[in-house]
Write a protein that binds this ligand. Sequence first.
Ligand code: ASP
Length: 315
Amino acid sequence: MPRLMPKTSPIILSTWTFGRIANAAGWPVLRRGGKAIDAVEQACIAVESDPHIDSVGIGGTPDADGNVTLDGSIMLSPQMSAGVACVRYYAHPVSIARKVMEKTTHKLLVGPGAEKFAAACGFKKEKLLTKEARDWFRKWKIDPEHHNFHRTSANRPNREEARLRRKIAKVHDTVGVLAIDSHGAIAGACSTSGWAFKLPGRVGDSPIIGAGLYVDPTIGAAVATGMGELMLGACATFLAVERMRAGDSPRQAIQTVLERVAKSYKLKKRQQCALIALRKDAEWSSGGLVSGFRAAIITRHQNELQEQQITYLPA
Ligand code: ASP
């Protein structure tokens, strides 16, 4: 009699409150014994398709020229990984990245090249800019100094301006998804429209392997959200997985990444770098430089949204 391999208990974890939407789409794949790579892709597609989510896919916030440009990546292993960046007209960067991973020897396609590839793969063009996002862009365009939290205005904002700034400061976020399937395979994916009113051509951490997403099938995985420039400089998710390789728990690994970022940058108030780290044995953790990050989780015994487990407080 052939010995049956022990089955792993599946798990899916996704960033932010909209992670619940992601998990609701990804979990059925895992529950029926499907692959982690399909689960993370389906999870991202669900969030990318929702026009009410203003930082991912359709309904994403445009750049400073009024164009919605999307970044995303998918990963099973260093060899099986790819990203796409600055993609217009196509709502599902993770699915395009998966085709890059499966059909080419490349790791990253950007802009018109990525769009041409998407068309050749049969992806349908979609309108990404919703009316809400266009109205938001027009308000920002009229008065970018007051509506762009990247800049510091000499004038103290009145209450209405302060409210708008707070709202704009929230217009980013990435759906990042990590999953282990019942065969023990681990996969990750992430997708975002990036920073609201970013400079045209700006690419964040999400499509860059090792910055926004990293998976080593023998160790574990990590995915990030927040100001991509922080994760890019610190190779944040690569570092998290390397720390787990060295024996750190997911919690310790995140702590080390946050310390590294805090020590390497002159951080501005409330600049976020947040991560989920998942080890191969399904132990996981989440944490950020500032409070407010959440991770949605589904296992056979659990379906909930959890506040971040670590908040790094610089000394
Ligand atoms: N990391 C994303 C970017 O910088 C945005 C976010 O997750 O908040 O493009």
